[in-house]
Design a protein. Structure first.
Length: 296
């Protein structure tokens, strides 16, 4: 952690809040694609670490600051709902909203630094996104950690109005999403040299959300693509990657209904999926399970 890093995280958080959470994350996707191209061409991974997962990482300006800013704006009556991750906050003409984005940029930076201290045990960026959103909910929301389920409703069978992504909430849809995005991302992880392919599927999935921003019902799949790629790279197996992709699709829906669907602010289901699935892959590798159960 450095003073320059804190200042850059503050600036990134302001800019990310001004853009809005989802637009800022879409930029992460395009930055990742550029970084993978650089790395695949022999340029190394510095760009990815410094920009796409650093100064503009999802834990700072690339998503979390926008989540906090809109939650704050809603709590002050300046926006309709604290769950709206599509809206840019620059249009509110409220410097205090952007300031909250900057503060949460610093919070995300510090959280990621703390979580990374023990070493490689999880995806610290994803975990930072989740914890930052939880802080924002308790600071600016009223629904509590898991939201409030109305009498007579079922938390894990919500009506379409409460579904996180209604067109991919049914079990067979989730299965197809896991098989498709997971297997393809796992293949990319195994196909490109020097680890360049591990985040390629994630970058493609994140960048594709530009269509969601404008109303097209595309899949939200970066939480499927990344764990599948991580597992494939760790095991050397396409089938392990496919299995992780399917699991991640269902875990994502579980996380959505547990923390997001019934809340008044956004706690990100993909980030809440990526960090435990990454920890699981690391655990399986450490215990030698990938070697004991080689899937080809």
């Amino acid at each position: 952690m450095t003073l320059i890093g804190i200042l850059v995280a503050f600036a990134s958080g302001i800019f990310g809040a001004a853009m809005g959470a989802l637009p800022a994350f879409i930029m992460v996707g395009f930055l990742v694609l550029a970084g993978v191209a650089i790395q695949a061409a022999g340029g190394g991974g510095d760009y990815l670490g410094t920009v796409a997962f650093g100064a503009w990482g999802p834990h700072v300006g690339g998503f979390a600051s926008g989540v906090a800013a809109v939650a704050y704006a809603s709590s002050r009556g300046k926006h309709e709902t604290g769950r709206d991750i599509l809206a840019g906050m620059m249009g509110k003409n409220s410097p205090d909203v952007l300031l909250i984005g900057g503060i949460f940029g610093i919070i995300g930076y510090v959280l990621n630094w703390l979580f990374a201290l023990p070493g490689a045990w999880t995806d610290t960026i994803a975990l930072s996104v989740v914890v930052s959103a939880i802080i924002a909910r308790f600071a600016f929301g009223q629904s509590g950690l898991m939201g409030k389920v109305p009498s007579g409703a079922s938390r894990y069978s919500p009506p379409e109005a409460n579904c996180w992504v209604p067109w991919q909430s049914k079990p067979m849809q989730l299965l197809m999403l896991g098989l498709g995005a997971g297997t393809f991302s796992a293949y990319l992880a195994l196909s490109l040299p020097d680890g360049a392919g591990v985040v390629l599927g994630f970058g493609m999935a994140a960048a594709s959300l530009v269509f969601l921003q404008f109303g097209t019902q595309v899949p939200v799949s970066h939480h499927v693509a990344l764990p599948a790629a991580v597992a494939a790279a760790a095991s050397g197996s396409l089938l392990w990657g496919m299995l992780f992709g399917v699991m991640a699709a269902f875990v994502g829906e579980f996380m959505a209904n547990t923390f997001c669907s019934w809340g008044d602010t956004h706690i990100d289901p993909p980030a809440a999926t990526i960090w435990p699935m990454t920890s699981l892959s690391i655990l399986l590798g450490t215990l030698g399970i990938y070697q004991l159960v080689p899937l080809f």
